[in-house]
Design a protein around this ligand. Sequence first.
Ligand code: PA5
Length: 448
Amino acid sequence: MSLRVSEQYLQGFVTAEEYKQVEESAAKALATVIKGDGAGNDFLGWRYLPDVPDKEEYARIKSAAEKIKGMCDALVVIGIGGSYLGARAAIEYCLGTNYNAFAKKNGAPEIYFVGKDLSASTITETLELLKGKEVCLNVISKSGTTTEPAIAFRIFREWMENKYGEKAAERIFVTTDKARGKLKEFSTEKGYETFVVPDDVGGRFSVLSPVGLLPIACAGIDIDEMISGALDARTAYTAKDSLYENDCLKYAAIRNILYAKGRKVEVLASYEPSLNMTAEWWKQLYGESEGKGKKGIFPASVCFTTDLHSLGQFIQDGTPVLFETVIDLKTPAHKVTVPFDASDCDGLNFIANKDLHDVNRTAFMATAMAHTEGDVPNIVLEIDSRSAYDFGYAVFFFELACAVSGYMLGVNPFDQPGVEGYKKNMFALLGKPGAQFDEIRAKLAEKM
Ligand code: PA5
C-alpha cells in the first residue's frame, strides 16, 4: 500500500469505544458506495475510471498529448473547479511548482491555467507570456456554459485565430459533455478534437477522466502509472469493510468521530510546496461533497514549515475547533545535504552533513508532538513518494474516503446545490437575457 493511516498522534483523541460506535456505519457507507444504491448514485462513475472504460478515447488522449508536445511550446488549459484543480494538482505533485521552468528539459510544453478566475491580470499576463511561442488550447467544461472558462475561451480563441487563422482549429482540444451544451455544438461546427466528460462523473471526481488525463499527459507524466495506482488503491480499499483493516474507512471514521466531538475544521498539512495544489483539489473534493444541510467539516490547508511561521500559533493555541491531517511523504524527490562550515558562524554545525529531508521530517515529528500537546488531534497519512503511481493511489483513497465520509455524515456527497446562488445573482446583475434583473437589483439596493 502506498498510502497508510498512522494513528500515532491520535492517542487520547479517539478511543476504542468510539471506533466501535462508528464501525457499523462506516461499513454500511462503504457498502452503499460499492452497491451504488445511495443518494447521488447517478454520479458514481469515478469508481470505474481506473478500469479505463473507454480504451479508444484513452489512446486518443495519448496521441493528442504527443501531437500537442510536438507542435507547441505552451499549452493553455481553460477550466475552473473540478475542470482544472485535479490536473494542476497532479502536475505540481509529480513535477513541482516550477514545472514550467523545466518544461523544455522534460520535453513538454509549458502549461498555463486560465478561466479559473475573472482576473484581467491573469489573462493579460498569460497572453504576454505566450508571445513568440507556439500554442495549443485545451478547453475543459462539462456543462460548456460556465462563465469564467467561457470568457477566457472567447479571448484565447480570438488570439489563436489571429495567430493561426483557420489552422487554429488543429490546435484547440475540447473536453466536454458527449452531446450537450454550447461548447460541444461549437466544437463540432469548428472541427475541434473533443474528449468526453462522462455523464456519471462530477467535476471534483473527474481527475482520472479525460478532464485531468489530457493536460497531465501533455506535461509528460505517465498516465498509465497514475491509473495503475488508482486501480491498486481501489482493490486495496474495497476488499475489506472493517475500519480496523481498511485505512480508507479508518480515515473516514476518524473524521466523523472528531467532527462529532466539535472539531469542525480539518487542516490538511504537508511539508512539500509541490503538494499545495493537491490540497486545493482536496479542499474542493471535501468542501463541495460534505458542506451542505448546515453540516460538514470545513477543509483548510497549510504548507509547513512555511506556515508554522504564520498559522502555527493559531493551530497550536487558538480556538479548539481544528484537527490536522498531515501528509508524511516518505521519499523525497531530491536530495540536499546541509554543508559543514569550519567557522560555524551560524551555529548550524550540529546538523552539518544531515539530509534536508530528515530535517524536514524531524520538523514534522516535533510539530505533531507540539500540536497534540496543544490538544489538536493529528491524523497522519504516510505516502511513499511523488510518483504518478502514488498520486493516482492517493486520488482514489481521498475520493472513496470522501464518499464514505459523506454518507456517514448523512449528506449526498455528489451534489452541490450551494454553488448556484452566486451565479444566479451575477447573471441577473450582468443583464443576461432571462435572468431576474429587477428582483436581484432590488435585493442589492436593500443591502446598501
Ligand atoms: O465539481 C464541480 O462540479 C464544479 O467544480 C465544476 O467542475 C466547475 O463548476 C466547472 O464546471 P464545468 O466543468 O461545467 O465548467
